[in-house]
Design a protein around this ligand. Sequence first.
Ligand SMILES: [Fe+2]
Ligand SMILES: [Fe+2]
Length: 378
Amino acid sequence: MITKPHDHYREDIPGRADVADTPELLDYYAQLDALKTGALWTVANKIEPWHPKSASVPTLWRYRDLRDHVLRSVDLVTPEKAGRRVIYLNNPGRQDVSAAVGWLYSGLQVMRPGEAASAHAHSASALRFIMEGSGAYTVVDGHKMTLGVNDFVLTPNGTWHEHGVSAKGSTCIWQDGLDIPLVNSMEAGFYVVHPELRQAVTHPVDDSTATWGGVALRPQIHGAAGTWTKNYSPLFKYEWAPTYDALQRMASLGDSNPFDGTLMHYVNPLTGGPVMPTIGASMQLLRPGEHTLAHRHTGSFVYQVAKGRGFSIINGQRFDWQERDIFCLPSWMFHEHANASTTEDACLFCFHDLPVMQSLGLYREEALAENGGRQPVA
Ligand SMILES: [Fe+2]
Ligand SMILES: [Fe+2]
């Protein structure tokens, strides 16, 4: 949906605060300040901008630069001491809140075979996207999910969860995505460690995909699972193989979205809505040689290159990416994506805060009108 925002962005129209300082006014401001108050016209233009001005800096994190450092943490700290062995993505404009972009956190976590982190729960919603290794698993509220490369798994707000790698597996690296900065900004964060440090697996392994993973099929369920009333998806794990298959089938129709290529939203199979109330996720496929048109919208986005190589242009800056690289897209910045290969497709996994933007009525989107819909590259 294209929602045209107000186009009154121009700085040259009247009606905005424009009061020059005088000795009398400065004295007046000091008196207000002493009373823990202030004159709105001194801050109005800053707190009510014409359009979103993201503090986040478009950033590309190359996996080939990060991987050795992530693996090195294995020798430097134990999961028991560190809690979680994670190298987080620290956006230069958002270091005060440890965000990768906007109000989203992301990090790379490494675990060796036989290691497991203690069970815990928190108010932040989380997902993890498996980047390499075998034998990874996550347990969420008694449901154990086995995880392979390019699978992703939910650990929603308030659920008991723990992660590990089976003794027969290999060293695993995955990307964590959480809304920690958002929850902290709302001053609503809680964190609790499970009293036994481990939770019991109370359901058959991989029961969530066995039950809910059917493509466009809704299971007729009896018993407790039939009364699912949680505000997040009962399908905790979204596998790569059926996702990629669905994207290829849709792309074969030859009618892709000019701004997004072939894009599939991961959904809660009960509602068709986002996987969690505060975090949505998608996988998009760019056909060989495909280069999308530029648009911009509100919302913060963290991309991971699941397959292939190409580039994205964000606010006129080009970022060349390849498999396993991560990059972020701040709110209201023009962006376009391109597949650099003329023979292979490219796939971008993404998690974002669109469910927040949409549920609060803050989503806006517009296409780049000039230059044939392509940005000049700085
Ligand atoms: Fe957690
Ligand atoms: Fe977009």
